[in-house]
Each structure stands twice: as C-alpha cells, then as structure tokens.
Design a protein around this ligand. Structure first.
Ligand code: KG4
Ligand code: ZN
Length: 344
C-alpha cells in the first residue's frame, strides 16, 4: 500500500528574513522569502525593526506560500517553525504564529533548530546527490561557524565552533571597512572574482582542535587598511578587487584548514557545506578543488538553500514528524538553543 503523503508548512523568522515554505515528502512545493532592506541603512540588523517587519510580513508570506504550493491549508499535516537560535523578538513572531496556526487547524507543531535546518537542507530532493552518513558539515553563517559531525538525520554533534566572530561576520565586517553596505559578504564575493587572492596577506589564527577564530584577521585587515589609506587616500578604490580576493582567501583558508584536519582525524570523506557563507563562490570552488585532491565526496547546496529559508526548516520538520517529535502549546522561542543540547 502507498504511504500517505506528508505535507508540512514551515516558518523561518530567526533573523531579518521572513520565510514560509510548503514541503510534500522531500520535495519543496514553495519557498518564499520576504527580505527586509531597511537594515542596509543601519549597517547591520536592528532587532526591533526586524521583529516589526516579521509581524507585517508573516501572514502575506504564508498565504503566498500556500497558494504557490497549490494546496489547501486543510491538507497541511503539521507546522514546523524555527525555535532558535536567533534574535528573540524575531523568533517570537514565528513561534506565536505557529502556535496559533496549529491550534486553529488542530495539527501538531515541530520546533526546529535553525542550525540543524542548515545542515538538513542537503536532504531536500532537487536532483543533486545527498550526503551519506556519517558526514562532516561546515556550517557557516552570519551568526555561526561550526563543524558538525552528522551521524543520522537527527543525530548531529558540533565538534568545532568559533571562539569569537562567525565567518559571515568576518565577511560583513571586512566589507564594511571597504565601504560596502550590509550584508557585505556577497559584495566581497563579486569583487574577489576579478582580483588577485595572493596580493595581500593577513594574520592567520592558531586555535586548537576544530575551533575557529576570526577576530585577529579582522584587526589585521583594519590596521592594514588604515595604514595604507593614510599613505594613499585612494588605496581602497585602486585595490578593491585584490583586497576582496585576498580577504576572501584568508577566510576560506581558515575554514578549510579545520575541515581538512577533521576529515583526517575522523577518517570521513563525505564533506558538506551549509549556511549563508556557503553561497560564496570562492568557498564552493575551493571545497570542490580540495575534494578532488583528497578524494572526498563534496556536497554544496543550491543557492536558495544556503541563506536563511523555510525550506530547510520544513525538511527538518519532516524528519521530526516521522519520529513523532512534536512540540506543545507551552513551547517558547530560544535565542541560544545549542544543537548539542537537543534531546533527539
Ligand atoms: O545563513 P544566513 O543567511 O543567516 C544567518 O543565519 O546568519 O547567513 C548570512 C551571512 C551573512 O554574513 C552574509 O554576508 C553571508 O552569509 N553571505 C555571504 C555570501 N552570501 C551570503 N558571504 C560571502 N559570500 C557570499 N556570496
Ligand atoms: Zn542561518
């Protein structure tokens, strides 16, 4: 007998984008994102403005996602939402919406960890091969930088993390020094494609185990730029592409050094990347190249599943649904919500 289809509506509202997706089994029927451009004016996400915008966007985005999926809301089996980590005011909007929707429709709720979502985005059916267990996932975003050992869909362990800034933050802060708007990561990526990555060299961290640090690099870039601009006020404009390429290379080198160490010591040749920074074309190319050299199987998500999106929350919700891991109406958003504390 054919198994019944599982249809999940998912909400992601951990930071500044409001996203809703509809998933049928492992296939995404819709995945819509309302971006908040307002933060560009402030050079970073303003939490108060983010929660207000979520409140305005959530109903229209969910409505549009259901319409685009071509389903009726009565067909939805469960609602998945991001419980954390993220900005409290933003998370509360998604969590409260999920509670109200679950109660109105008499369906269960699934409280998803955002960082697990980034990793499990690899299991969305989109024609690409999926990682085999166990695999290592380098999850790099604006708020996190982690090496995750993934033994099963819901068996994940963070084995390395940043002791200061996240990789995305390093991109965004360096971009700010160069005069780009927030978030600057994609601008560095674009300019780096025309620059020489070996033109400038910045300090490299020496951090034990599988952990990362980016604050030394940030300071080294800042001091270097300040010194050069003092001598030549047009230094940045004249060297923009080379600066971007060199900064990007430094960040990628830091990331890949630790993933290389982990693959060797844990004897794992399945390597994935996830999170907003995995959209970086330099990181994607460097991982693929290293994968060929080291005979790894590498997994790089589609662009739309790299940065924050509700599709990744939906797929994670599906695995939780199959295990009956439901939340109740007493659930609260959790700004920290460490992955290693999950009770799966
Ligand atoms: O995963 P994400 O969308 O949100 C968080 O959970 O933080 O990641 C956002 C981060 C930002 O720091 C942004 O600059 C960075 O991902 N990012 C990039 C690129 N696209 C997004 N960094 C470098 N190159 C890119 N192409
Ligand atoms: Zn994220």
């Amino acid at each position: 007998m054919r198994q019944k289809d599982i249809i999940i509506l998912a909400i992601e509202s951990s930071c500044d984008d409001t996203s809703a997706a509809v998933l049928k089994n492992n296939t995404i029927l819709s995945n819509l994102i309302a971006r908040q451009e307002i933060h560009e004016l402030y050079g970073g996400v303003v939490p108060e403005l983010a929660s207000r915008a979520h409140q305005q966007n959530i109903i229209p985005v969910v409505d549009a996602a259901i319409k685009k999926a071509g389903i009726k809301k009565e067909e939805i089996d469960a609602i998945a939402f991001t419980r954390g980590p993220g900005l409290m005011g933003s998370l509360v909007v998604g969590t409260s919406f999920a509670k109200a929707f679950a109660m109105a429709m008499q369906i269960p709720m699934l409280d998803v960890n955002h960082m697990v979502g980034h990793v499990l985005a690899h299991f969305i059916e989109d024609g690409k091969p999926m990682p085999k267990f166990p695999f290592l996932c380098l999850t790099v975003s604006g708020g996190h930088t982690q090496i995750v050992l993934v033994e099963d869909y819901l068996k994940l362990k963070v084995i390395g993390t940043t002791i200061d800034d996240a990789a995305g933050e390093a991109f965004d802060k360096a971009a700010k020094m160069l005069g780009f708007p927030y978030p600057g990561g994609p601008f560095i990526d674009k300019h780096a494609q025309h620059g020489n990555p070996l033109k400038f060299e910045f300090s490299k961290p020496n951090i034990p185990e599988y952990n990362f640090s980016f604050s030394g690099l940030k300071t080294s870039i800042l001091y270097f730029i300040q010194k050069q601009v003092k001598e030549n006020p047009h230094f940045i404009q004249e060297n923009l592409d080379d600066l971007c390429a060199s900064i990007q290379k430094s960040i990628i080198d830091i990331l890949l050094k630790k993933i290389l160490k982990a693959t060797k010591e844990l004897n794992i040749n399945q390597v994935a990347i996830a999170g907003g920074v995995s959209a970086n074309s330099g990181l994607r190319a460097a991982l693929q190249q290293l994968g060929i050299e080291k005979k790894w199987e590498t997994y790089i998500p589609k662009f739309e599943y790299c940065t924050d999106n509700a599709a990744m929350i939906a797929i994670t919700g599906k695995y939780m649904f199959e295990k009956g891991l439901f939340a109740d109406q007493y659930i609260t958003a959790s700004a920290r919500f460490p992955m290693n504390d999950l009770a799966f």
